[in-house]
Design a protein around this ligand. Structure first.
Ligand code: FAD
Length: 301
């Protein structure tokens, strides 16, 4: 990005902090990714709207990220503006509902709900993403998913803000209409049920323990790399194909959970992509199943 454009952008938008040449490895749970020409942290929806219109005016390509926990970011980085939602993170319980801004972490929202004696978000505590990323992905775990608790979402389409009821988000397995319509989630209303704080916290502790036991949480990753196929589980199919523990460069099929590709410290995006292709080929040959990636590729490829 030209220096003059970068300067005009950063000077014309208030309520937003900026970092030039920011390594995306610092903003993805995979700990992979080259530099973003500009990394932006708007603090309010108004600042986000001003930033987006400045990007359009200046012809700067841009992308939205939450916690980067479902992203494989390119080694080449991104010659544009990466807009992080993480500074927009207010969470307010209102009766049996909780309104949460897009950048709030699910772990925090589920704790605030439990503290308010509201049940229903315990399943989300261990998913290391933001509310916006979770609704975009219809994230879920342990029989719960966003579609069951999201009542509506405030969404930005261009310059227009709409309160969109959950039905119109067309949730499916790791799918929402946002993946096609380009809407940006500003906040979400979760509809919960009266519960008991002690029971919610017990459930949260129990589910987190199950996660720690099964998942390689000590390594960089983006969670399950592949979607669950119609028949069976990706992890089991990968294990049957003899690939548990197999590495390409610093990327490895986790010896703890074959559905995860982990970064052993120095993995590149290129390593992960080569390993992904190897896994897809081997599973196709062994069981005839075509695995699809759940993790989303981002940046300049
Ligand atoms: C250890 C580990 C365990 C995981 N376990 C689970 C699990 O149990 N279940 C599960 O479903 N996932 C799981 N994940 C994956 C990931 O945490 C979820 O997909 C999460 O919802 C992504 O949120 P995020 O904020 O990190 O989004 P990001 O990864 O930052 O972004 C993902 C996509 O959402 C878009 N996006 C982000 N914010 C917005 C917004 N406000 N408006 C519109 N689009 C937006 C981005 O552009 C991008 O395309 C796991 C990941 C890890 C690392």
């Amino acid at each position: 990005m030209k220096h003059s454009i970068l300067e005009r952008l950063t000077e014309s938008v208030g309520g937003c902090s900026f970092r030039a040449d920011e390594p995306m490895s610092a903003h993805t749970t995979f700990r992979i990714g080259g530099a973003a020409a500009l990394f932006c942290l708007p603090e309010t929806p108004e600042a986000l709207i001003a930033l987006l219109s400045a990007c359009r005016r200046e012809g700067v390509k841009h992308m939205i990220v939450g916690k980067g926990s479902n992203l494989l970011f390119s080694d080449r980085g991104f010659d544009g503006a990466v807009i992080s939602t993480c500074a927009m993170d207010r969470v307010v319980p209102e009766g049996t509902r909780v309104r949460a801004e897009c950048g709030a972490l699910l772990s925090r929202v589920s704790v605030i709900a439990a503290e308010a004696n509201l049940a229903g978000l315990e399943f989300a505590h261990g998913i290391p993403g933001t509310v916006g990323g979770a609704v975009f992905m219809n994230a879920g775990a342990y029989d719960g998913e966003m579609s069951q608790v999201a009542e509506s979402a405030r969404i930005l389409f261009g310059d227009r803000i709409e309160e969109v009821p959950a039905e119109k988000l067309r949730f499916g397995y790791r799918y929402s209409a946002l993946q096609e319509n380009g809407g940006i989630v500003l906040s979400v209303i979760f509809s919960l049920v009266p519960g008991k704080k002690e029971e919610s916290f017990r459930l949260i502790r129990d589910l987190d323990a199950r996660r720690r036991e099964k998942q390689p949480l000590d390594r960089g990753s983006a969670g399950s790399f592949f979607k669950r196929p119609k028949d069976g589980f990706a992890g089991a199919l990968i294990e049957q194909a003899g690939l548990k523990g197999v590495s390409v460069g610093g990327a490895q099929v986790s010896p703890k959970h074959a559905g995860f590709i982990v970064n052993n410290g120095n993995a590149t995006c290129e390593d992960v992509l080569k390993l992904k292709d190897l896994v897809i080929r081997a599973v196709r040959e062994k069981s005839g199943v075509e695995l699809e990636t759940e993790v989303r590729l981002a940046g300049d490829m």
